[in-house]
Design a protein around this ligand. Structure first.
Ligand SMILES: [Zn+2]
Length: 208
């Protein structure tokens, strides 16, 4: 069975990452990785906008290059933007200098299209070497997640994901979704209900 919550012990052992935010405010932090992608990111923006909710989008540089106006829309709607590398690289399989160059290329692409010089970084696949981590930390806050929707897994049902996320959401949770084609049907099936649940429970949603 796939866990929806990263165990506390893992969060504790893997220091130097942001897994969640403060527990004493009734706020949660929605995050969307791998966009911007036309048809998916706009759907997410629309669902968030009609409920006046905010999120953070960890963007892939090559997608920002292709869909610059969508990246700008995310920014103008008041959402946060983070760096997710230019080519969606796996840090564990990439030499450090290439990896850092790719992050910088993404940083410049985001800045060029939106004017945002983001301090947020999320490694694709959550994979980084210790040395890469140390280098990145001098420029960026490295944000992982506490709750994962599994919206990219074909065998996961949106209904089960919704039920588990509702059960495990708590103050300060950082929740991972993907605004990519692979996840589109999943998001359309469960994101509106999850957002309604958050509103009904009185959670505020904020950019990181
Ligand atoms: Zn990703």
């Amino acid at each position: 069975m796939r866990p929806f919550k990263v165990p506390d012990i893992a969060q504790h052992l893997l220091g130097g990452f942001t897994w969640h935010k403060e527990r004493n405010h009734q706020s949660i932090y929605l995050t969307f990785d791998d966009g911007p992608v036309s048809g998916v990111t706009d759907f997410v923006l629309n669902e968030l906008g009609r409920r006046n909710m905010k999120a953070t989008f960890f963007m892939v540089g090559s997608n920002v290059q292709k869909s610059g106006s969508l990246a700008l829309e995310v920014c103008k709607a008041g959402h946060g933007i983070g760096n997710h590398t230019y080519h969606h690289l796996n840090g564990a399989k990439t030499a450090e200098h290439s990896y850092l160059e790719d992050i910088e290329k993404c940083q410049q692409e985001i800045m060029g299209k939106t004017g945002v010089n983001t301090r947020l970084f999320r490694p694709p696949y959550g994979r980084l070497t210790c040395s890469q981590k140390r280098s990145i930390q001098s420029q960026h806050e490295i944000v992982l997640w506490e709750l994962i929707s599994w919206d990219f897994r074909k065998e996961m049902s949106p209904g089960r994901s919704l039920q588990q996320l509702k059960r495990k959401t708590t103050n300060g949770s950082i929740v991972l979704f993907h605004d990519q084609k692979k996840s589109e049907g999943f998001l359309r099936a469960m994101l509106p209900d999850y957002l309604d649940f958050l509103a009904g429970e009185g959670y505020a949603t904020q950019p990181l």
